[in-house]
Design a protein. Sequence first.
Length: 271
Amino acid sequence: MDTIAKDTLFTNVALLPDGDIWWEGKDGPPPAECLDWRGQRWTPDSKEPAAHPNSRFTAPMHNNPALAQEVDDPQGVPISAIVFGGRRSDTMPLVFQAFNWVQGVYVGATIGSETTAAAVGSVGQVRRDPMAMLPFCGYNMGDYFRHWIDMRKKIRHLPRLFHVNWFRKDREGRFLWPGFGENMRVLEWIVDRCHYRVGAEEGILGWMPLVENFDLAGLKNFGPAEFEAVQATHEEELRREVLMHEELFMKLHSTLPKEFVYTRELLVARL
């Protein structure tokens, strides 16, 4: 964190006597004393952690030296891909591409994430969060889905739609994917699919990357076998997933696009 020197807001972390910040997992030993995220005195003997599990920081995007020059272009920029994602320890593979626009909208509409400390309710339960917009959509979600579907008639070159899941775990609870520092490998495959039409294989959920077209070079203890594990889909898990889709659709039955009903039936048929 030495490179962060200004223009940064930290929330729910501990405050050190010298004005610096700390949280569990930060480099270096725990401080002898500090104020925890609630403003109470904390020492290594305290029963509660100093930082809240949902502690984080934010900084202006213009502080990022890798920011694209076109970010403020008033003419906009072409969009090649839209990437949806949920936090799932099982069921959903690392990455796949939707077969078409309608199915991709369906994928985004049925995103599920296991609840964390940031959400109200029990940790680990799957919560539907369509397009990651549930807390922010100001009108009926069924109408929102319809607007997405209708975009296919208004956009000359439709972006391709993808789904990612960085949080897949094995039976022992260990993450299968090496971590956020390697996510560019997934984005590289997405770019290659959009611009270079690299090959893919047809899966139950969509187009899946071929291992020979996915960059695994330099990864430690992660080869073709591990890639196969993080990309695996299991029919029993997917059947449960489809049943949970139905729970969401029942809540939106009066405005649910009929295309979703057909898409769900096609998914069931592939199972």
